[in-house]
Design a protein around this ligand. Structure first.
Ligand code: GLN
Length: 496
């Protein structure tokens, strides 16, 4: 029943001894065996470790101990979050067989809370992409239509959760990589405020933008996961020592005089018409619930993608310098007369795929003498203006809503040129530029070529106000049933 259960149902059943953690892990692994052949969500699974952890949890329960708030919850990790067992490949040949000597803080906290790590999920190489097509190992498919992408870069995490191959997953969001795949797959994805969750053990892409975030099937489950992974960490100095509210306890508390801002830039012609229809209906739901809907202006929306695609590659080019086949990464075959330069060029040329190479070139270009002022410095200036624009809007309303992405899931191979892929990030990347928090929740379905495809509602709130973000998301969810719809691939006669 993993495809329909909520986190609290599982935790309660495990704690009461009605279901064993072992049996839940077994069900997960069986479902992966039956269903993941079509989806390719997983890079690898950890059956032995997961069963051993589950048995330890069952023993603790039998002896009257409390194994924690996530007791028995099976969780998958994006392939760029390290664990001290298994491999962490970042979807890249460069790290095909890389084994980390340590475990990330977020994962350590999950384990301490009684969660069980099931495996690692496929992603775009080094989290660069919006479709998971840039993964060196597999093509992950959208559970609603196998000819379409699941979104990216955390596409494997989103498909695994959507299809009930685990209960929750962690992704990483640098410009939308948790929220956009959640939107394309019809599940919930959270980008916490910058500094909310430790980045220790997340392989760095854009260090001033990256955040680990949960992907789940409902808002309460995401709140439960963030509750555990959020909070200061002495191993990451950018992780803020700011109070983590009790997200779950206050989830259903009403917000008085709820004001929701809809930017006039968010529902224009760049969106698929079906997306605009679904989002307008979602706005109607809030209006019917008594929220005041105000039209707001975010003119710098137009500059979000350009700013992001200067800053993110600039930071990536520095972060990826360590993958040279000497300090980290794959070592290529060398010829007898190769020199040191050849060694680096060959290691990096063979280890990195085309999108990563493009980002490194873009990043080193915008940082190079002569171009730095025109590109990188200007992008930093734009970043400050964007941040100020959001700050002033958050003084007028509790949240900004709109679509998570301008279209529903596109078909595999459809977006061949890099720019058309980058434009998918118009509504999400700007959140990372400014640093505040955002969530994507199921808003409804778009009719595309005779199929129903999920559309995500993007709710942005001010920095470190995840509590309000969850409450607004929950209000919508409690009054709609989109999050309860499951794709046909979530069910299989042999797996049920
Ligand atoms: N699609 C964006 C990019 O390619 C965002 C990726 C992410 O959030 N990791 O950079």
């Amino acid at each position: 029943m993993l495809e329909t259960e909520s986190l609290n149902q599982i935790v309660n059943a495990v704690k009461r001894g009605e279901r064993s953690a072992r049996e839940i892990v077994r069900e997960c692994l069986d479902r992966i065996d039956v269903l993941d052949g079509d989806l390719s969500s997983f890079r690898e699974t950890y059956p032995d470790e997961a069963i051993a952890v589950a048995e330890a949890i069952d023993r603790r329960i039998a002896s009257g101990e409390d194994p924690g708030p996530l007791a028995g919850v099976p969780i998958a990790l994006k392939d760029n979050i390290v664990t001290d067992y298994g491999r962490t490949s970042c979807g890249s040949l460069m790290l095909e067989s890389y084994r980390s000597p340590f475990t990330s803080t977020a994962v350590e906290r999950l384990q301490q809370a009684g969660a069980i790590i099931i495996g690692k999920t496929n992603c775009d190489e080094f989290a660069m992409g919006s479709s998971t097509e840039h993964c060196a190992f597999a093509i992950t498919r959208n559970p609603w239509d196998l000819s379409r992408v699941p979104g990216g870069s955390s596409g494997g995490s989103a498909t695994a959760v959507t299809s009930g191959l685990c209960l929750a997953a962690l992704g990483s969001d640098t410009g939308g990589s948790v929220r956009q795949p959640a939107a394309f797959c019809g599940v919930v994805g959270v980008k916490p405020s910058y500094g909310r969750v430790s980045r220790y053990g997340l392989v760095a892409f854009g260090s001033s933008l990256d955040q680990i975030g949960p992907i789940t099937r409902n808002v309460a489950d995401s709140a439960a996961i963030l509750q555990v992974i959020a909070g200061a960490d002495r191993r990451d100095s950018t992780c803020a020592d700011i109070h983590v509210a009790d997200y779950q306890e206050r989830l259903d508390a009403p917000i008085s005089d709820l004001r929701i801002g809809v930017p006039r830039q968010y529902l224009g012609d760049r969106n698929d018409q079906e997306v605009n229809r679904v989002i307008n209906d979602a706005i109607g739901v809030f209006r019917d619930l008594g929220a005041e809907i105000i039209e707001i202006d975010l003119p710098l929306t137009e500059y979000g993608v350009a700013t992001y695609y200067v800053i993110a590659p600039a930071e990536a080019s520095g972060n990826l310098a360590r993958f040279d086949g000497v300090r980290y990464g794959r070592r290529a075959e060398m010829n007898r007369d190769d020199n040191l330069h050849d060694l680096y060029a060959r290691n990096r040329g063979e280890g990195f795929g085309p999108e990563v190479r493009r980002r490194i070139m873009l990043g080193t270009f915008v940082l190079s003498a002569g171009y730095y002022e025109d590109y990188y410095r200007r992008a930093l200036q734009a970043r400050r203006l964007i941040k100020e624009e959001f700050d002033s809007v958050f003084e007028q309303c509790h949240a900004i809503i709109g679509p998570t992405a301008p279209s529903p899931a596109f078909t595999i191979g459809e977006k061949q040129d890099a720019l058309s892929m980058y434009l998918c990030d118009v509504y999400t990347a700007i959140t990372n530029i400014a640093g505040h928090c955002a969530i994507s929740i199921p808003a409804g379905f778009a009719g595309v070529d005779g199929r129903q495809l999920p559309v995500g509602l993007h709710i942005q709130c001010k920095s470190f106000d995840e509590e309000t973000m969850f409450r607004i998301a929950r209000l919508f969810e409690a009054n709609t049933d989109h999050h309860l719809q499951r794709p046909p691939t979530a069910f299989s006669p042999t797996a049920s």
